[in-house]
Design a protein around this ligand. Structure first.
Ligand code: SAH
Length: 346
């Protein structure tokens, strides 16, 4: 096992079989996390980038089996923010010192290309970096957003296992999701993708393939998080015990495969373990995405349950993050936090 880890550290890649061995075996987990932490330190440093997340609509036309926002779920209250509310959240984030705004939503057709373009242009006036995470669109739409000023795009592949992808995403297909990621790269976005770890029927072998896929398309950011069963979805009663540890391992391996990318300590990790975010930051992660959406709406963006931080204000959340980071020898970055991997390509 230790030989595999050494090989991964020096070559930044392993074969599928070797990745499977590493993922299946828990004997050297602490060495794996420590190695990912060391590589994180030498490759991207001790500073942690913060992103202000705005969840601007929970209305979604898709049917993702795991997601609480799926259109069949009539148990959640739907909302969409208007343009002014979105921009006000962005202003608040900017005032609090955040340099990147992440606009995330369900696939909500109300937000036409023009509407999104307008929002991008208004937020750009605040001199911040914009990340979009609004799902699958056409090349022309992605192009229009880029031209309006969007800098980055987050679209997790979720899983590269074709059968599992089909089961999890009725009416969607893996090829189109791959096409989206390719288009985003062609358009010179800083591209983030990632994996949902621990889905029912997901195999270790497919996780190994997911890692090789993300390495192969040369992403700039990787969001890797555990699947959490969400009420009123077909997977409400699915098993999920091992998902935290497994996603931490997948994340640590990703860091060793792509040393200079940005990796968020995902909210889902914090939801599953009280100190999950700090554990992630000590196992390869270098980004945190505090939610700056007004609390009333955060509570309704229920991708999965217990996602929100016990009604603290955003200022309190940031103070909390700051003191936790200091306690582990890390600091909040004042830079805009472009992925080093991305910068080195240009
Ligand atoms: N509509 C956008 C944003 C989706 S929400 C898109 O398609 O990209 C952001 C992420 O939440 C998803 O990519 C998915 O990986 C994650 N997610 C959804 N349901 C989840 C669940 N039950 N547990 C953990 N993560 C979940």
């Amino acid at each position: 096992m230790n030989k595999l880890l050494e090989k991964l550290k020096s070559e930044n890649i392993l074969s599928k079989e070797e990745l499977i061995s590493l993922l299946e075996n828990d004997e050297i987990n602490s060495e794996l996390f420590k190695s990912a932490d060391e590589i994180r330190k030498t490759s991207v440093g001790d500073e942690v980038y913060l992103r202000g997340l705005i969840e601007f609509s929970n209305i979604c036309k898709q049917h993702c089996q795991y997601c609480g926002l799926r259109c069949e779920n009539s148990a959640i209250k739907r909302y969409r923010l208007n343009e002014e509310e979105i921009i006000n959240s962005a202003k608040l984030a900017k005032e609090l010192g955040l340099k990147t705004i992440v606009l995330q939503s369900g696939e909500d057709s109300f937000f036409t290309v023009e509407k999104i373009q307008n929002i991008i242009k208004e937020i750009k006036k605040l001199d911040v970096t914009i990340t979009l995470s609004i799902g699958e669109k056409s090349f022309e739409e992605y192009k229009a957003y880029k031209e309006s000023g969007a800098d980055r795009y987050l679209l997790r592949i979720e899983t590269t296992d074709n059968e599992l992808y089909k089961t999890m995403h009725p009416k969607m297909n893996l090829e189109n999701r791959k096409r989206c990621l390719k288009d985003l790269k062609t358009l010179s976005y800083e591209v983030g993708s990632g994996i949902l770890v621990g889905l029912p029927q997901q195999t270790i072998s497919s996780l190994a393939e997911d890692l090789l896929f993300l390495k192969g398309i040369d992403i700039d950011m990787a969001g890797i998080g555990p699947f959490i069963p969400s009420p009123n979805t077909p997977l409400a009663n699915a098993k999920s015990e091992n998902n935290f540890l497994l996603s931490l391992k997948v994340m640590a391996i990703m860091r060793l495969m792509l040393p200079e990318i940005n990796i968020p300590a995902t909210t889902a990790m914090e939801t599953l373990k009280p100190n999950g975010r700090i554990m992630a930051l000590q196992s390869g992660a270098n980004v945190i995405m505090p939610n700056v959406t007004e609390m009333e709406f955060q509570n309704k963006y229920e991708i999965y349950p217990n996602k929100t931080s016990n009604n603290q204000t955003i200022k309190e959340i940031l103070n909390d993050i700051n003191s936790k980071l200091i306690s582990i020898g890390r600091t909040i970055s004042t830079a805009e936090g472009t992925s080093k991997h991305f910068l080195n390509r240009y």
